[in-house]
Design a protein around this ligand. Structure first.
Ligand code: MD3
Ligand code: FE
Length: 216
């Protein structure tokens, strides 16, 4: 596994390298938060956050919804991307313009030009919610990067290797941080430790994470 350089340039505003093609852009979303929050509100009004069941029969502690042409879902039959919300049968809400613009700018800043995501998975964590180590590999285009935006309470992110058993580094993701990873880092195992309750001044006792993917 690649050495993680977590200490370089914490205040220079340069992307922090986490792997050869994985970058943490601290605070990159901050100038857009006031536009992002109402957009998340409209998406979740049309397609409410819900707790999905994994193929193994476990109910996820994270609640999720989607926007864009494709949305990630899971049920007893497996994980997949679908054009419609299984809860309503309707297409997922369109991706708000502010979402796609931000995803594209962040991908650009991390060296992935012309990123055009067609899927945005929005996760909501309440205190105690977690995400166990996994790879994101349901997307058809694994050459495209994934862009992840964190809002609200901080979380400890686990950044592993290409084998589930590889030792994972820990790194704190804060309100406004954006992570971008692609190339050899695209299929790394990753997860989130159970969320501690440290209420955020704007979002209160929750964390929202949204990840942009090219799924189709
Ligand atoms: C991989 N979400 O939805 S952000 C997921 O915070 C998911 O909700 C987590 O994993 C969340 O599939 C993690 C994703 C993330 C951030 C930075 C990474 C994954 C990364 C850096 C390198 C590799
Ligand atoms: Fe993931």
């Amino acid at each position: 596994m690649q050495t993680l350089d977590l200490f370089s340039d914490p205040i220079s505003g340069q992307p922090e390298p986490m792997g050869p093609r994985a970058f943490l852009l601290r605070g990159f979303a901050l100038p857009r938060v006031d536009e992002l929050l109402p957009a998340i509100g409209s998406v979740s009004e049309a397609a409410p956050f819900r707790h999905m069941v994994t193929p193994g029969g476990f109910t996820m502690s994270v609640a999720l919804t989607n926007c864009g042409t494709l949305g990630w879902t899971t049920d007893r039959h497996g994980y997949r991307y679908s054009r419609t919300d299984p809860a309503s049968g309707l297409p997922w809400p369109a991706m708000p313009e502010v979402f796609s613009a931000l995803a594209r700018e962040a991908a650009d800043a991390a060296g992935f030009p012309r990123f055009e995501p067609d899927a945005c998975l929005i996760n909501r964590y309440l205190p105690g919610a977690r995400m166990s180590l996994h790879q994101d590999k349901n997307e058809r285009d694994l050459d495209a990067p994934i862009v992840s935006v964190s809002l609200g309470m901080p979380a400890i992110f686990l950044f592993g290797g290409h084998q589930r058993s590889d030792k994972a580094a820990r790194l704190e993701l804060h309100h406004g941080d954006i992570a971008v990873w692609g190339g050899p880092d695209r299929l790394r195992y990753h997860g989130v430790l159970p969320l501690a309750e440290v209420p955020h001044p704007v979002l209160g006792s929750q964390r929202i994470n949204f990840t942009f993917r090219k799924a189709g």
